[in-house]
Design a binder for this molecule. Structure first.
Ligand SMILES: Cc1cc2nc3c(=O)[nH]c(=O)nc-3n(C[C@H](O)[C@H](O)[C@H](O)COP(=O)(O)OP(=O)(O)OC[C@H]3O[C@@H](n4cnc5c(N)ncnc54)[C@H](O)[C@@H]3O)c2cc1C
Length: 604
């Protein structure tokens, strides 16, 4: 084996977003040595962009809330294909994780009597999102980071893992490159936690940052783990549509939680026109009741703008397709109208939604306290990910754990807003705890030199191809366009069949894409390495979406527009076969215990 800088830890955490940091804190607290790797600088992970809040049944604002209602909302939102054990643990443990974050220094917005303030969000029956204005992710990352660095973990920033290393069936570490100088590094570890976030960059219009290239999903898959629910991609209804340079940038659901309404070009509040039966009893049937709900009237029902994201996104698409959209291909989201109802409305909007105010003012020259915003759906989140054990977060590869957005299970077919940040805390902690336990019980793994040399050889391959060929960025754009057009919000067998041929064609292009120059800070080379991950997740999404012949949550098939009760009994799992191809299998969902069923019957 060539000589590479080598580091050894008992637990190696890949990713420093909310899930990775929370996992690293827990593992370090358990007394094992912890290494933390991240692609960008510490503090820059995607979690920092989270806006609306953390869902937890603290019942500070409405004392009817409790974990059972949160569990029921999460299962209904996920259309009952969630891992019910994860949904249960999440609802039970989220309040403690939020209080713990507060004890570690997070400064939440407050109720008048000094408790953590909670706001309304789509699909949550009661005000449930603990928040810090619309900058909750920033406060969460700041707090976890401050707390974490005092726990004694070693941080490797701007370091990107390209391959997981194995010792027989178990994970043994990771092979990575340094972004700045391009040097390779070997990490040996008894347990590895993947906390690498989402896959939004597989699509053209997305709210995700440049890091969201599905690395953890792909690393796990190629190391022999299973991916589950990959067909369930969340298209958030409200992303910016104008100007083009910021298309896809998120407009937080908190705008609707604070009273923002959706209108088409005729001025109609079209969300009242299509309320699904599942939610009819809980949804306001007039504008006045909807507004009262957003202002905390506990006797009012929520406005239809706060229905689940999958439904709102499809309603918007329908208006646009029917020619009732806004000038730049979206619809209008208006919070300024609350002036008619609230004194000091402009100041109130600036206080509650400071980031949104600045985002629109600076990027689109729109003052949201005075005029409506133009918005449209944007690829936001993936419910699918590494298939894990609900208690421990360990994948089917011994010693390989996953937490946060790169793990599957808790959200089923659709995630409720706010349930990601709580997921990061609850399952980040669990992954840290169980990985430390696993590591303590294992001998150090052996890493065979050939594996490392192969990983290094593969990583430099793009330099060996002609730089005169198509570049990696061009190939990436082609893939994003293909996924957006053929495997986007509305899907069909014919289009996805074309898409499937597409990634294969893109794979061929990818195999030819060459890069020039040296390994030091070479963004073309980085893009070429990201492409492998993007191709893997794109294929997994497409194959899983073809297999699910119904419409459910984030997955809408125009050739199978209805939900099929029989399809609610299984998850779709993909795994790599012996020939290197992708197998797709239907995996039965284990029966839910009677006690949990009774809770759903009581609260639905
Ligand atoms: C604009 C926006 C607003 C949101 N608002 C909310 C909200 O209010 N509430 C809510 O619940 N959810 C929200 N979400 C969703 C939520 O923020 C994300 O799902 C969540 O932050 C993901 O956290 P994570 O820890 O799983 O991963 P991330 O925060 O994405 O972190 C991933 C980490 O992995 C590292 N990484 C990735 N690949 C590699 C690699 N190959 N090698 C080394 N390191 C790697 C990255 O550098 C990074 O450190 C929002 C999302 C967006 C886009």
């Amino acid at each position: 084996m060539a000589e590479y800088e080598t580091h050894e830890y008992e637990v190696l955490v890949i990713g420093a977003g909310g899930a990775g940091l929370r996992a690293a804190i827990e593992a370090a607290a358990a007394g094992v040595s912890v290494g933390l790797i991240c692609k960008s600088l510490l503090g820059k992970a995607h979690t920092v962009m989270a806006e609306g809040g953390i869902a937890a049944a603290l019942s500070n604002v409405d004392d009817r809330d409790n974990w059972k209602v949160h569990f029921t909302d999460t299962m209904r939102g996920g259309q009952y294909v969630n891992n019910w054990r994860m949904a249960e643990l999440h609802a039970k443990e989220a309040p403690d994780r939020v209080r713990e974050l507060e004890a570690w220094g997070a400064l939440f917005d407050r109720t008048d009597d000094g408790r953590i303030l909670q706001r309304n969000f789509g699909g949550h029956r009661y005000p449930r999102l603990a928040h810090v204005g619309d900058r909750t992710g920033l406060e969460m990352i700041r707090t976890l980071q401050d707390h974490g660095i005092h726990k004694g973990m070693a941080v490797h920033m701007e370091c990107t893992v390209v391959t997981l290393l194995k010792d027989g069936p178990r994970v043994a570490g990771a092979f990575a490159y340094e972004r700045e100088r391009g040097r390779f590094k070997v990490f040996r570890a008894k347990a590895v936690i993947l906390a690498t976030g989402g896959v939004g960059r597989a699509f053209k219009i997305t709210s995700n940052s440049w890091e969201g290239t599905g690395d953890g999903h792909s690393l796990a898959y190629h190391a022999g783990a299973e991916l589950m629910d990959m067909e369930f991609v969340q298209f958030h209804p409200t992303g910016m549509v104008w100007p083009p340079s910021v298309r896809g940038l998120l407009v937080t659901e908190a705008v609707r939680g604070e009273g923002g309404v959706l209108k088409n070009s005729t001025g109609r509040r079209f969300m009242f026109d299509d309320i699904p039966d599942l939610y009819r009893a809980q949804t306001a049937d007039n504008e006045d009741e909807g507004f009262r709900y957003t202002q905390g009237d506990t006797n009012a029902r929520r406005p239809p703008e706060l229905l689940t994201r999958d439904h709102v996104a499809r309603c918007i698409m329908r208006e646009v397709k029917a020619g009732r959209g806004s000038p730049h291909g979206g619809v209008f989201l208006d919070i300024s109208w609350i002036k008619a109802r609230l004194p000091n409305a402009e100041e109130h909007i600036r206080k509650k939604l400071p980031s949104m105010y600045h985002q629109f003012k600076q990027l689109a020259d729109i003052d949201i306290t005075k005029e409506p915003m133009e918005i449209g759906p944007t690829t936001h989140y993936i419910m699918g990910g590494v298939r894990v054990d609900g208690e421990s977060q360990m994948s089917t590869v011994p010693g390989l754990f996953a937490a946060g957005e790169c793990a599957a299970g808790i959200n089923g077919a659709n995630r409720l807003g706010g349930n990601s940040l709580s997921d990061l805390l609850v399952f980040g902690k669990r992954a840290g705890e169980y990985s430390a336990k696993f590591a303590r019980e294992q001998k150090p793994p052996a890493i065979d030199a050939r594996q490392v040399d192969d990983a290094a050889k593969r990583a430099v391959e793009p330099f060996e191809r002609s730089a005169g060929n198509e570049g990696p960025f061009q190939v990436q754009f082609a893939l994003q366009e293909l996924m957006q057009d053929l495997v986007g919000i509305v899907r069909s067998e014919a289009e996805m069949g074309r898409a499937l041929a597409g990634p294969e064609a893109v794979t061929r292009r990818c195999c030819r894409a060459g890069v020039a120059g040296y390994r030091a800070f070479n963004t073309g080379w980085h893009a070429a390495l990201d492409l492998r991950h993007l191709l893997t997740v794109s294929e997994a999404i497409t194959r899983s979406a073809l297999e699910r012949k119904e419409s459910r949550g984030g997955h809408f098939r125009e050739d199978y527009p209805d939900k099929d009760p029989a399809a609610g009994t299984f998850n779709i799992v993909v795994r790599k076969n012996r020939d290197g191809g992708m197998d797709v299998v239907r995996t039965p969902i284990p029966p839910m215990p009677a006690a949990l069923k009774a809770i759903i019957d009581e609260y639905k």
